[in-house]
Design a protein around this ligand. Structure first.
Ligand code: NDP
Length: 476
């Protein structure tokens, strides 16, 4: 491991519209070669108190800024981001490990979501307009929103939080994952002069900062994306003050493949449905149920397709998959693979990490492990996929619906009606037929069961950053 940071040494937090350095710092490591690439500021409790106070002060004036002006500012933010796609993308690749082109698309996506979110509106309902009374229900902002994000999409995850929270009239305190703080810190620096002081705060830390922020009495709403275990802690921390929460948590999304699909094209679609971003997507396919009639052919085709994929240095042209994003997740995935080996499951491909620096795990396909095995029941969040055989629709629906998660699901068939009939029986926040992970700024998504509470994106996602207020005027 190298000891001199190679990417960024002096990124600052954004508090009350100003640059704030940490009193100490923590190390950020490049997952591709495990080199130290930067020191990020470690926010103290006192600095967080100051940040939340500044955000509360700004919230009063920000809520009174006309909606049209808030919209314009979202567009200005998008313009600034668009002008810095390459710079922010390089930081995402360095801290997270995804290929450069994919990282740039993630950054550009944040600008796109800001613009599209700006077109949303907040409803106002006239309940009564009579000689006796005028009664109107409107949506009011909550105050200060804590936006806590994970490491898989440091910029992309902000798409679902930043625009809607600000448009609704809240100020926002962002806390990125300690594994990937750099792009978010830089974003705060770039947007410092676009928004009034205190409207957008960015803090970073590697210890208890997430817990301090989500349990802070000055926070009115926590918008959290991360693991189900941490989601439970956030919910418990919010209870004393009845702080509002939206939780986007883990998933173990099933894909059900019917026997009438075109096998070669299905193999390619399935591969990317499971392995995009090296499998580190909450809505990625995490287990595949394949009809027995095509099981052998499709699994062989999937292994053949996997052999064509280039995994490696994400800054190199042509690399399709990068490493796992951090050592903690790398060890989690290796542990699951080791469990498969101990249980005697068969690998159709992969299964042995390459002897090289960096958190690289090869694409690993597990051949029909038992339903109760860890690789089927647990969320792997990495490039290892259990392939499971089925021959009865009722049985596969029951297996797909088992477990604590219910985030996404997909059904694949040449007969969309047959697929839709199965889709309607699946427990999941989103069920796709013949596609997957199609998300737009106009459409809400969220988890059922222990995959989350509430939704993000779309009109419903915007409403989650508001509360209903009814005003009644007695006439005459
Ligand atoms: P974690 O839950 O470990 O961390 C998520 C964020 O929460 C980080 O910023 C983390 O900070 C912070 N945090 C840690 N402890 C607390 C706490 N007590 N209170 C408040 N915040 C805290 O998740 P990962 O980063 O490991 O992300 C992977 C998980 O996220 C997977 O399970 C995945 O399914 C889920 N996910 C869900 C998505 C969805 O939309 N449903 C999308 C993407 C991922 P720090 O880094 O400093 O610990």
């Amino acid at each position: 491991m190298s000891h001199s940071p190679t990417v960024a040494t002096n990124l600052t937090m954004t508090i009350g519209g100003a640059a704030v350095s940490g009193r100490s710092s923590f190390e950020v490591v490049n997952p591709t070669d495990e080199a130290l690439i930067a020191y990020a500021p470690e926010c103290t409790r006192e600095q967080l108190d100051h940040a939340v106070l500044a955000a509360r002060t700004a919230a009063r004036t920000w809520a009174a800024v006309p909606f049209a002006q808030r919209r314009r500012l979202l567009h200005e933010m998008a313009d600034v981001i668009d002008a810095h796609v390459d710079e922010l993308g390089r930081l995402v690749t360095a801290e997270q490990g995804k290929p450069s082109a994919v990282a740039a698309a993630e950054v550009a996506g944040l600008a796109y979501w800001l613009r599209e979110t700006a077109a949303l509106t907040l409803p106002e309902t006239v309940n009564e307009d009579s000689g006796e009374r005028l009664s109107v229900t409107r949506r009011v902002p909550l105050g200060v929103v804590a936006a806590i994000t994970p490491w898989n999409y440091p910029m992309g995850q902000l798409s679902f939080k930043l625009g809607p929270a600000l448009l609704a009239g809240n100020t926002v305190v962002v806390k990125p994952s300690a594994f990937t703080p750099l792009s978010t810190l830089r974003l705060g620096e770039l947007l410092r002069d676009v928004l009034p002081a205190g409207v957008l705060t960015v803090v970073s830390g590697s210890g208890d900062l997430g817990a301090w922020l989500s349990g802070h009495p000055g926070i009115d709403k926590v918008s959290f994306t991360g693991s189900t275990a941490t989601g439970r802690a956030v919910m418990a921390g919010a209870a004393p003050t009845l702080t509002r929460i939206t939780l986007e948590l883990g998933g173990n999304d099933p894909a059900i493949v019917l026997p009438d699909v075109d096998v070669p094209s299905m193999a390619e679609k399935l591969f990317w449905a499971a392995f995009s971003n090296t499998g580190q997507i909450c809505l990625a396919v995490k287990r595949v149920y394949i009809h027995a009639d095509i099981y052998d052919e499709l699994t062989r085709s999937l292994a053949d397709y996997a052999a064509t994929i280039r995994m490696g240095d994400p800054t190199q042209e042509g690399t399709q998959l990068g490493p796992i994003s951090n050592r903690r997740q790398y060890e989690t995935v290796l542990d699951l693979i080791e469990d498969c080996r101990r249980q005697g499951h068969t690998f159709l491909t992969g299964g042995t990490p390459a002897p090289r620096p960096g958190f690289f795990v090869p694409v690993t396909l597990v051949d029909n492990p038992p339903e109760e095995s860890r690789i089927v029941r647990e969320e792997q969040f990495g490039p290892v996929l259990p392939l499971l055989r089925f021959d009865d629709v009722d049985d596969v629906v029951a297996r797909a619906n088992a477990g604590e998660y219910a985030l996404g699901a997909s059904v694949w068939s040449a007969d969309p009606d047959a697929a839709l009939a199965i889709a309607r029986r699946l427990d999941a926040g989103t069920v796709w037929v013949n596609e997957i992970m199609h998300l737009t700024p106009q459409v809400a998504f969220g988890g059922r069961k222990q995959s989350g509470i509430g939704v993000e994106s779309g009109h419903e996602g915007l409403l989650e950053f508001t509360e209903a207020q009814t005003i009644t005027v007695r006439r005459g």
